[in-house]
Design a protein around this ligand. Sequence first.
Ligand code: MG
Length: 331
Amino acid sequence: MKVTLMHGAGGEVMGELLQTLTKFSHNNAGGIGLEALDDGAVIPFHGHNLVFTTDSHVVRPIFFPGGDIGRIAVCGTINDLAMMGGRPIALSCGMIIEEGFEVEDLARIVASMDEALGEAGANLVTGDTKVMEKGALDGIAINTAGIGVADTIIRDNGLQPGDRIIVSGTLGDHGIAIMAHREGFDLGEQIKSDVAPLWGMVQQALFAGTIHAMKDPTRGGFASAMNEMAKKSHVCVRIREESLPFRRSVKSAAGMLGIDPLEVANEGKVVMGVPPSDVDAVLAALRSHKYGRDAAVVGTVTRGAHVIMETAIGGERFIEPPMGDPVPRVC
Ligand code: MG
């Protein structure tokens, strides 16, 4: 079998490749390890919970409406730390650059990374640079890793019956922005990536109330993240279609492109499971932050299995785990 683009698309097909890529017998340093396939690992260290994660970025185009590969490379890692409850402390950056790449573009990418770091209160403290000959690589690939510290560890498998599902804002913005841009849709500034560092918003939410489970709906979008959370938590999630927040422009572009906006990557959103007693406080905390203004309660956790959509016209259907994100190289 040979690797295909679908193997990197974050869905069920990638899960098959991960069976090979996660065959490590040395996979856990004492807390939460690779076996959990959570957003990051946790390593207990002298009474603290160190959170550790890594992410590689190959998004095309490198500069897109609302962001660029540098901003994604920093936010991807910061958000994976945040999803575990980790305050981001320090990041590394490995850049692999194709011969002929414009130094001016590298400067733009670095400035964009620095801005995102500043927003999250983190620092980039170590790095590596490699250059490959022309044709060996498509422009640039950036890997970041990050460490953080968690007072309370949040998992993606902690949903409990009765919990409400909250999403922190409109869904599908990043994936549809990338795809619309590639297709040359003239939508002006209407559709922009949501790429953003979320620690500040997550910290406010954690302070406001109990969060049972958390995940960022990146590749494979809300459909993938919600299915993974439900499956790992051994529960059913019922989503009310009418309560899902979408930008109108994103919804109509998704329709034109024939893409389900629930299956494309978001880079600045969180899906949470929150007990009913704390929903109002957590929702208010999210909405008070600039990245959480459109936060909404979209569903309820019950006993059982699967993710079920209660449709606007009174029907029901499964939200299936996607085979992969319909937008290749989305992050
Ligand atoms: Mg994640």
